[in-house]
Design a binder for this molecule. Sequence first.
Ligand SMILES: [Cu+2]
Ligand SMILES: [Zn+2]
Length: 171
Amino acid sequence: MKAGMLTMVLVVTLVAVAQAQLVMKAVAVLSPTKGNSVSGTVTFTRFQTGVKIVADVSGLTPGLHGFHVHEFGDCSAPDAASAGGHFNPTQTHHGAPDMPFRHVGDFGNLVADASGNAHYERVDTIIVLNGGNSVIGHALIVHEKVDDLQTQPTGNAGGRVACGVIGVASP
Ligand SMILES: [Cu+2]
Ligand SMILES: [Zn+2]
């Protein structure tokens, strides 16, 4: 009885600690890769229904640009190749953000206007900010070209024009 009580107190304490540390918001500041001038800010906000992603990116060529979370939070290479391939913890196929099968990191495309500015806003029901498949610590990449949403495993989006690591933000 006494041991059971102790266990219960321990469990309650652990749950309280876990909730206190729950990530509610994350941010990635995008910096241009070598030879490019693309920069921007992306925020992730946790909601009951999913995670709201809001991106504002500038310095793009007009049109569509592949936009993904990549596996490694490492933007150190001049071409950001150090970030690896698409973040794919569930080991499935590349796709569109609203497809039943997609890499966790598949965010589709940014749409840049004639001035090279893109605004992106979506509530994503696949990505999470907590637990083993969290996007925290991984890299966000903007591509040179459009993600065709079907070519495996990259969407054929070409080079990487901006990179930023996703970090925990103040809620
Ligand atoms: Cu990518
Ligand atoms: Zn992908």
